[in-house]
Every structure is written in structure tokens, then in C-alpha cells.
Design a binder for this molecule. Structure first.
Ligand code: GLC
Ligand code: CA
Length: 506
């Protein structure tokens, strides 16, 4: 049986910017419940909520102060249960974002740990002596800025590790008590009925027991992207055991932020670690057909087809939005076709279906300590001045919100929203697109052409990466096109910046 998460379209929600319902300017869980009709209409199967836990918000809830409750800004447990039941009532799954590498410095474990070296929770975190000259224990650099991943604690004269902010101390996964406590947090949500977890920087759990320096040449990249350790794999197997004990095949999809696709793929284990790992290559691949061909080929080559199902991502809350990256809505439409027709599970990020661009913040307006505000702007639901939000939201709307919004785009045949809904519809009707085999088809160098096939269902996907028309003959029926109404048919010319999906004879 194919697992549900092979065929699902997953939709990432950043609750803070989705929809506010109580007039405090911050999106909330009731805002998600209010838009389930919309999400059902769009056709997505699974919602991934970025962290909803109580948090001082140093990193917008990726600094968790309590793993088993809901941040009051977002709602409470009863409101969450209501959202979950309402989503399930529509056949949609819900997965939560689990943040196991670090807690908030306000988490009671850390508050206790920092109070004294003899705290029962001291060993929940990673403490080391520094150099006699006042230097940190090693040269690891934290995320986002060139600063040590260690903070000095005056009381004990020791340093604690934080691969992100000082407000996000790393948990010590080598301590079995940490693993037991964190397993409990998974059970808490699984008992409430969630359908799985997106696991934050999951490759960071295992640390080098020697805490050796990072390579001088590479250390500036930050320790997060360099930490690839064998110690992580047994932890992943333990986590999997906890989750898979539950019915319904809960999904575990990991953020494995390593630069080498082969290193990422290792976190699937032998089918006994992660179900899925994000493949971020498309976020960094230049918009040229040969570059994408290489990236796609590398992704498939590194995924052992027996147990490692690929994933595709064009956007998330950490990256520049695809329309801004490609500087073209037409190219973003071609990218959308790739996302939904490559072999693997597509992950969409809220607003991607509208073709949102990055929000533009002025000097002094930067909010995020990781400089990622652009992709985190509120979703414009309507064309009026408030764009469907009851009061001005916590940050500025994306550009062109008067026209790039749900209300306008729903009625517009050539909008990104219409395109995404139709594309998801084509995928839903095609076993070839959802789970069929993949093979390249020879084509001129501006085009990427591939075949997906399952039984009698055979589809040919043709993507033009150039602005110019390219001749290409196809014996088949045009099902879908980004640049034209597919009822127009196909005349052997792929227009510039256009993607086409055909049904072809088996
Ligand atoms: C992941 C999240 C990011 C967060 C970081 C620390 O990369 O996607 O938003 O800041 O982990 O938790
Ligand atoms: Ca609110």
C-alpha cells in the first residue's frame, strides 16, 4: 500500500501571518479553521503548522517554552482540538512542527539548568569550559551572523551551546533523559490525534562527542549546515519507533539542512529513520534547464527507491519567495508545474498559490533575527485596505496586495491561484503524476521534458526555461498549460516560459 504522504500535497501554514480573527493583528488557529473551506477548495491534503507552542518569540516560536501547550496569541488546546477535528472532518491531515534540537531559554528546563551546575536539568543542555584566555570551547559559529555558537554563564564559568540564538540553547540528546522527555512531547500530540510532524533541523541532534573545531575554511557557513553526525541516526530510529506506534501511519518529515543531497538522503536510513526529508536544492538552483536537470537527477540518484521517497519545495518561511527569486510570475508557474509533477511529495507554502512576492521592509524595520521577514508577510485575502484582516497585521503586506490576493485571483482564469488549483486537480486525477515512474525524454537544451507513467496513465511534461518559443513535437492530448488555455491545443511550438502537461498513449 502506498503511504498517504507519498501522494499528498502538503501546505505549510505560518499561523502568525495566515489570518487574525480576534483583532490583535496576529494570525491565530481560529484563522486557520476559518479558511479550511478555502484550503479544501484549493485541494491540499495535509496542513503543516509551523510551531504553535508558547514562546517568547525570539525566533517566532522556534524557541519553545512549553512543548505541550498552545501559545496564547494563537489560541489554546481546545481551539487546537477544534481545528484538528474540523480539518479531519474534511479529510485533511494536520502535522505539527517539532523543535527537538533546542528549547527557549525560558523553558523551565533551561531556567533550572542555568540556576546551578548541580541542577537536575543541567545535563539537559551542553555546557563546556572555554579557553583560559576567555575564548569559547570551540570555533562553532551560530546561524545567521558571524558569532560564536556559545554563550558564557557567569555563575558557573561554563559556556552553553546554541547553534541558533542564545535564546535557543541546544538540548543534549546524548542524555537519555532528554530523549525520554522529548518522546513524551511527541506522544502528547499523537494522543490528541495529529497526523505527524515536521522535524526542525533534525540532523543537528547528534553532536560530535569531542566537540572538535569545524574546518576553518567552512566554519563561516555556520555549524548548522556542517553538523552531519553518525550519532543522529539511532536517535532518528528511536523517534520513529515512538511515532509509528500510533495508527494511521503518522508522517515524520525532517528538515535536514545539509548541503550535500547524499548526506540528506542518509537520514531516511534503511526505511527506519525519517519518512521524508526536505530537498532544498530547487531553492538554490539557477533557472536553467541543464541546472534543474542535474539537480533533479541528483535527487533521484541519492534516494534509494526501496525506501526513500523524494520531496519538492519551492518556498518556505526561511527562503526568498520563488516569484522574487525568478523575477517572473510566468517562470514561477513553470516551477509550480515541476513541483506538482515531479516524482515526490510537493510542499507548498502559504501564499505560494497566490504568487506572492517578498515583502519589502525599510531600514530599521527588520523584525526577524535571521533576516527572513520577506517570506513571512500576512496573506492578503481581499482587495480592500485591510485585505481581509480585522486590524493592521503585525507586519506589512506583500507588494501588490490589492491585486495579488485570494478574492481577486479566485475569479481570474490566468491567476496563479487558478493555476495551482487546476494543477493540483490534474495531479489528483492522475496516478502517473502521483506515484508513477519517472524518466527523462530527449529535448532541446532550453526544455526539460519528462515522462511519468503508471499502467495506462502516461503523462509527458514539457517545461520551457527560456523566454523564446521552442519547437517540439508531441503525439498526445494537451491536458494542462501555463501559458494558454489548454482547449487551444498544441501546434508543435512550446511558447517562452511555458509548461505543458500531455496525456500520451501508453
Ligand atoms: C529551522 C526553521 C527556522 C528556525 C530554525 C531554528 O531552520 O525552519 O525557521 O529559525 O530551524 O529553529
Ligand atoms: Ca489574533
Amino acid at each position: 500500500m502506498t503511504p498517504w504522504w507519498h501522494e499528498a500535497v502538503v501546505y505549510q501554514i505560518y499561523p502568525r501571518s495566515f489570518l487574525d480573527t480576534n483583532g490583535d493583528g496576529v494570525g491565530d488557529l481560529n484563522g486557520i479553521t476559518a479558511k479550511l473551506d478555502y484550503l479544501e477548495w484549493l485541494g491540499v491534503d495535509c496542513l503543516w503548522l509551523t510551531p504553535i507552542y508558547p514562546s517568547p518569540m525570539a525566533d517566532f516560536s522556534y524557541d519553545v517554552a512549553n512543548y505541550t501547550d498552545v501559545e496564547p496569541l494563537f489560541g489554546d488546546l481546545a481551539i487546537f482540538d477544534h481545528l484538528l477535528a474540523a480539518a479531519h472532518g474534511r479529510g485533511m491531515k494536520v502535522i505539527l512542527d517539532w523543535v527537538p534540537n533546542h528549547t527557549s531559554s525560558h523553558h523551565p528546563w533551561f531556567v533550572d539548568a542555568v540556576s546551578s551546575p548541580s541542577s537536575a536539568f543541567r545535563d539537559f543542555y551542553i555546557w563546556k569550559k572555554g579557553g583560559a584566555d576567555g575564548t569559547p570551547p570551540n570555533n562553532w559559529v551560530r546561524a545567521w551572523v558571524d558569532a560564536p555558537a556559545w554563550t558564557y554563564d557567569d555563575t558557573s564559568g561554563e559556556w552553553y551551546l546554541h547553534c541558533f540564538l542564545a535564546e535557543q540553547p541546544d538540548l543534549n540528546w546524548a542524555n537519555p533523559a532528554v530523549r525520554t522527555a522529548m518522546a513524551e512531547t511527541l506522544r502528547f500530540w499523537l494522543d490528541r490525534g495529529v497526523d505527524g510532524f515536521r522535524m526542525d533541523v533534525i540532523h543537528l541532534l547528534g553532536k560530535d562527542p569531542a566537540f572538535a573545531d569545524d574546518d576553518e575554511e567552512l566554519k563561516g557557513l555556520g555549524h548548522v549546515v556542517l553538523n552531519n553526525r553518525p550519532e543522529t541516526h539511532p536517535y532518528l530510529r528511536e523517534i520513529r519507533e515512538v511515532v509509528k506506534h500510533y495508527d494511521g501511519d503518522p508522517l515524520i518529515v525532517g528538515e535536514v539542512y545539509l548541503l550535500d543531497p547524499a548526506a540528506v538522503a542518509e537520514h531516511y536510513g534503511n526505511g527506519d529513520e525519517l519518512d521524508l526529508a526536505f530537498n532544498f536544492q530547487p531553492l538554490f538552483t539557477p533557472w536553467r534547464a541543464p541546472a534543474w536537470k542535474d539537480a533533479i537527477t541528483a535527487a533521484y540518484a541519492t534516494h534509494d527507491p526501496r525506501h526513500a521517497w523524494p520531496t519538492w519545495v519551492l518556498n518556505n518561511h526561511d527562503a526568498s519567495r520563488v516569484v522574487s527569486r525568478l523575477k517572473s510570475i510566468e517562470r514561477a508557474k513553470v516551477a509550480a508545474v515541476l513541483l506538482c509533477t515531479l516524482r515526490g511529495t510537493p510542499f507548498l507554502y502559504q501564499g505560494e498559490e497566490l504568487g506572492l512576492e517578498n515583502a519589502v521592509l525599510g531600514d530599521g524595520e527588520v523584525i526577524d533575527p535571521g533576516f527572513r521577514d520577506g517570506a513571512r508577510a500576512p496573506v492578503p485575502w481581499g482587495s480592500g485596505p485591510g485585505h481581509g484582516w480585522p486590524v493592521a497585521p503585525w507586519m506589512t503586506f506583500p507588494p501588490n496586495a490589492a491585486t495579488t490576493n485570494v478574492e481577486v485571483e479566485r475569479g481570474e482564469p490566468t491567476s496563479m491561484l487558478t493555476l495551482y488549483r487546476d494543477l493540483i486537480g490534474v495531479r489528483k486525477e492522475s496516478t502517473a503524476l502521483r506515484r508513477g515512474s519517472f524518466s527523462w525524454v530527449d529535448a532541446p537544451s532550453e526544455l526539460l521534458v519528462y515522462r511519468r507513467s503508471e499502467g495506462n496513465d502516461v503523462r509527458l511534461i514539457v517545461c520551457n526555461f527560456s523566454h523564446d518559443s521552442v519547437g517540439f513535437s508531441v503525439d498526445g492530448r494537451l491536458d494542462f498549460a501555463t501559458g494558454r488555455d489548454h482547449h487551444e491545443g498544441f501546434d508543435g511550438i512550446v511558447r517562452g516560459d511555458e509548461a505543458l502537461i500531455f496525456s500520451i498513449p501508453a
